[in-house]
Design a protein around this ligand. Structure first.
Ligand code: 39S
Ligand code: ZN
Length: 768
């Protein structure tokens, strides 16, 4: 029996990579300094895994930004617009790489970044490969080889990780019409062959091919491409061991396909789909090793050893110990790094901490499980097993988890009103009267720049260096400054700027009962950006209002309408670590009830417009289509529970990003928000066509500029986007706003851009 790991977090235990990257981008560190940080993290990760006792440690799981972008650079899928960056010899390979990730602005050159989207149903974002119909591939970056050699030199024999050719193509986007990206398989395979040849020469024994699409619904063409690709690879490399990994769902109807592929090992996710074990063992070909993904790579609960051992024993008795591998369910990229660093009992009580395992602890669980399965009579190991049983049991029965009042409310959830009083057209009239807004009303999505100064106030507050009164005064001043700025440039619906929030989910998590949070439990979200997902361990309850103080303060400063800003129940659920002892639906309804109370309190406090962000509704969709309806039913209901308690004249906004809406447009309409703002600028307003085809009845605010780069868009640029928009959306339904995320920008570019945006709105009002 062997153990392995699919990938270790690469941000560093103290987010060293984030800090080093941001320093480099700001011109405050050299490329050498950045690369030393990278190297240290890689070595640290390898040593940690080696010391704990993992047999097959991954390499090439490190990345300076994103593992899919690494692949694009490896196979030379570099969009032509970056040629200028390549040609300028003063730019390094890393500069080109960051240019693709973040855009490139220098000395009059202005190149847009590549698109970013969610990695399956996680909160991780990858950089979407761009393909042309005659896309050529050639080996460009040798990172995978370099990292293998680097580890080898440090005395560690690794298993290089690569995204399999079929999944890599499927993750990309066709930038021209009239071709199918899967047809590029013939062009791309030679690069894989070249890479594998080099790896083989260096002595590689195992290569991990990530093919997560094997856990999704596949059409015939995709299945054929899988067969073709792996048969070709096997022809050239019969002696490299190929470990094919699937995760995030069961293989299900693709099992026969997987068994046809000439691979040596198959990894399955037994956390997301434990029921697949039986069938898989039922007819597994005699030459295939089975890797049991048994320790949850995406959640933070301690493994239930007894339960895992049962599965391991089942596999061993069926196919023998030498054909069984043990591993986390997926890459630990989605886990925080090290629970040992959580020493603050105020945020994470000792009782709660006992129930958790972060990446390092998960590696230890994998190794312990293997030892337990092999040596049943070792008394040290038996002690560990008994200890584990006790902890699992203590979580099940803890009084911290159960709140009878909340459970009672969930039982009666059907009696909660989840419908507005009147239909949208009626509400629209009442709201027009109450709000007095112009056509092409302008607003922003909610946050304003979170400067390091603002963050430092919070950090000082947490360290006790300033009092909460002092902190409040500082935040209030920042709110006032932001209100005055918006008034001055003529924005119609103002926001307070969210300076009091560390994050749109964490902020609420910190205030709700039943939710714990870590000090250092960072998980990469995209590039250098990280999040600290709240830990929902028990029944959720709102002990006090969470945002009313700030919103009413902002409203008291101005005669214009200030929007109240909340995060919706589905998004809080989706971006947290969720308890696994009750259906997600029930947890979501508990959050929805808490948000509903907050909405009603805001309304009572005189806030006339309330935005409930639900950017995660789309990504929460199950990977398999036949589970969609069930999910959408409860997710949309949760939003309606949260939003529908208000009077007709109160305007409800929602916001979504990075989403393809085509297949869920009816559900979006069912949410019945008065206004939906969506991220749109990167797709050039193409997103709007579905709203237009569907005749989406409520108001829409498409983002008119991308905020993910410091670039200031021109008024003219936004006018032409808006002219595109009014071809799809009636003028009286249209709002004007940027994409979301101003918190990640500086004030200078934010101010300039918003002035341009209001200028565009003024111009549109004149023209129409
Ligand atoms: N998921 C979540 N949860 N939230 C989101 O906003 C999004 N948006 C999308 C999708 N998923 C999401 C992804 N976009 C950031 C921005 C956009 C994202 C995701 C993350 C982001 O900016 N993250 C920050 C970062 O990586 C961390 C935000 C945070 O919690 O830099 N900041 C803390 C705060 O404001 C500060 C934490 C910190 O770094 O309180 N503290 C320093 C320290 O302790 C000190 C701070 C200082 O003095 O400057 O050392
Ligand atoms: Zn957004």
């Amino acid at each position: 029996m062997q153990t392995h790991n699919l990938g270790y977090p690469r941000i560093g235990s103290d987010r060293e990579l984030k800090k080093a990257c941001e320093k480099y981008w700001a011109g405050k560190a050299s490329v050498e300094e950045l690369m030393i940080t990278g190297k240290n993290i890689r070595h640290q990760n390898w040593m940690t895994q080696k010391e704990i006792g993992i047999d097959w440690i991954p390499s090439n799981d490190f990345s300076y930004y994103d593992q899919v972008l690494d692949m694009s650079l490896m196979v030379g899928a570099i969009p032509k617009r970056y040629n200028k960056v390549i040609l300028d010899k003063s730019n390094t390979e890393l500069d080109l790489y960051f240019a693709m990730a973040r855009g490139f602005q220098k000395e009059g050159i202005d190149i847009k970044a590549m698109e970013m989207t969610k990695w399956f149903d996680t909160n991780y974002h990858y950089i979407v490969p761009e393909f042309e119909s005659n896309q050529k591939f050639s080996l460009f970056s040798t990172k995978i080889i370099d990292e293998y050699l680097e580890a080898k030199k440090a005395g560690i024999k690794t298993k290089p990780v690569i995204i399999g050719p079929v999944s890599y193509l499927l993750l990309g986007k066709e930038k021209e019409e009239n071709f199918n990206k899967l047809d590029l398989i013939k062009n791309i395979l030679p690069v894989y062959v070249e890479i594998l040849t080099r790896l083989k020469e260096e002595g590689v024994e195992w290569v991990q091919f990530d093919e997560p699409f094997l856990a999704l619904d596949l059409d015939t063409k995709t299945k054929e491409t899988f067969e073709y690709a792996y048969i070709e690879i096997h022809k050239q490399f019969p002696y490299i061991n190929k470990l094919l990994t699937t995760y995030f769902d069961g293989i299900k109807d693709n099992l026969q396909l997987a068994y046809k592929l000439p691979i040596q090992a198959l990894h399955i996710d037994l956390v997301r789909c434990p029921q697949q074990l039986e069938e898989i063992l039922g007819n597994i070909p005699g030459n295939i090793i089975l890797s049991l993904g048994i320790v949850d790579g995406r959640n933070i609960w301690k493994n239930d050893f007894e339960n895992s051992l049962e599965m391991i024993h089942k596999a061993v008795s069926k196919i023998g110990a030498d054909r069984v591998m043990i591993a986390p369910s997926c890459s630990l990229l989605h886990s925080p790094v090290d629970l040992d660093l959580e020493t603050d009992t105020k945020s994470l009580s000792l009782e709660t901490k006992k129930w958790l395992a972060f990446a390092k602890q998960k590696i230890d669980e994998v190794v312990t499980l293997k030892r337990l399965a092999e040596k049943e009579n070792d008394s040290e190991l038996q002690k560990k097993l008994q200890e584990n049983k006790k902890i699992v049991e203590s979580r099940r029965t803890s009084t911290l988890i159960h709140n009878e009042k909340v459970k009672e409310k969930i039982k009666n959830i059907e009696s909660v009103v989840d419908k507005r009083e009147s239909i949208f057209s009626e509400r629209k009239k009442k709201q027009k009267e109450a709000l007095q807004l112009p056509s092409f009303a302008t607003t922003t999505i909610g946050s304003f720049p979170q400067t390091s100064e603002v963050r430092s106030w919070r950090s000082k507050l947490k360290k006790g260096l300033i009092t909460s009164l002092e902190y409040e005064e500082l935040v209030k001043k920042e709110i006032e400054k932001t209100i005055r700025f918006q008034e001055k440039i003529g924005i119609d619906v103002l926001v307070h700027g969210e300076f009091e929030r560390n994050d749109m989910v964490e902020y609420f998590g910190e205030q709700l009962d039943g939710v714990a949070f870590s000090k250092n439990g960072w998980v990469q979200s995209y590039g250098s950006r990280c999040v600290k997902p709240p830990i929902i361990y028990g029944d959720i309850f709102r002990p006090h209002p969470m945002t009313v103080k700030w919103s009413s303060y902002a409203q008291s400063l101005t005669n214009k309408n200030v929007k109240g800003m909340l995060t919706g129940p589905v998004t809080i659920l989706q971006w947290s670590f969720v308890r696994d002892d009750q259906p997600r639906k029930d947890t979501c309804f508990q959050i929805a009830l808490a948000i509903r109370e907050e909405v009603l309190d805001l309304e009572k406090a005189g806030i006339k417009i309330i935005q409930i962000d639900e950017p995660a509704i789309r990504e929460g969709l199950p990977l398999r289509k036949n589970e969609w309806k069930n999910y959408l039913d409860w997710a949309i209901k949760a939003f309606r529970i949260a939003s529908c308690g208000v009077e007709d004249r109160t305007q409800i906004h929602t916001h979504m990003c990075y989403s393809e809406f085509n297949d869920i447009i009816q559900n979006i309409a069912d949410m019945d928000a008065d206004v939906i703002t969506i991220e749109c600028s990167k797709s050039d307003m193409k997103l709007l066509s579905i709203f237009s085809e569907f005749k989406y009845p409520n108001d829409i605010g498409p983002g008119v500029y991308d905020i993910h780069s410091p670039r200031v868009p021109s008024k003219q640029e936004m006018i032409s986007l808006l002219q595109k928009a009014i071809k799809s959306i009636p003028v009286d339904q249209l709002w004007i706003n940027p994409d979301c995320g101003l918190k990640t920008r500086g004030w200078e570019e934010t101010k300039k851009s918003l002035i341009e945006m209001v200028g565009a709105a003024t111009e549109m009002r004149k023209q129409y």
